[in-house]
Design a protein around this ligand. Structure first.
Ligand SMILES: C[S@@+](CC[C@H](N)C(=O)[O-])C[C@H]1O[C@@H](n2cnc3c(N)ncnc32)[C@H](O)[C@@H]1O
Length: 144
């Protein structure tokens, strides 16, 4: 869909091997079933979303009760990874990947500070996401 090169964009050959591995620790459930439907940036008055943490990691949630905000890190699994210069939708001029918060980057890791509404049985209900339904979760950190 949105993966065709646009004028001015520059791609690069990716390295042959990865340097590290990740554990996906859960999934983020949102109302958006495609990238195009997602907001560009989440909002704390946005819709309720669910961070479904895999049961293995539930004890790691201890201590989050009572907190208002967390930083969620998630893996933009549908993003291409080979653009050095890109023109995200809505922009006119191309910019370097590291000058953008685009999901298209060598390591497509996104972060958002989300507002906790409730925590129940390994699920954190929160507002502030901008990712499509089923996006893999990488980490949760307290936001002071
Ligand atoms: C601009 S990024 C911002 C992500 C994060 N808030 C950040 O700043 O790191 C949000 C956009 O990524 C795209 N997106 C959402 N979920 C995705 C996924 N699982 N894979 C690839 N792209 C995704 C959507 O187009 C969405 O509007």
């Amino acid at each position: 869909m949105d993966d065709e090169m646009r004028p001015g964009e520059i791609s690069v050959a990716l390295p042959a091997e990865f340097d590290a591995g990740l554990y996906f620790i859960g999934r983020i459930r949102t109302p958006w079933s495609s990238r195009a439907e997602c907001p560009r940036r989440g909002a704390h008055d946005g819709p309720l979303c669910r961070i479904e943490v895999d049961e293995r990691w539930w004890p790691a949630l201890r201590g989050l009760e009572g907190r208002r905000f967390i930083q969620a890190l998630y893996f933009m699994h549908q993003a291409r990874r080979d653009l050095l210069v890109q023109t995200p939708r809505g922009r006119e001029t191309p910019l370097g990947t590291f000058a953008l918060r685009s999901p298209v980057r060598p390591n497509p890791i996104a972060s958002s500070v989300v507002q906790i509404e409730a925590i129940e049985h390994g699920t954190v209900i929160a507002r502030g996401f901008d990712c499509m339904d089923g996006t893999p979760l990488i980490d949760i950190k307290p936001q002071d």
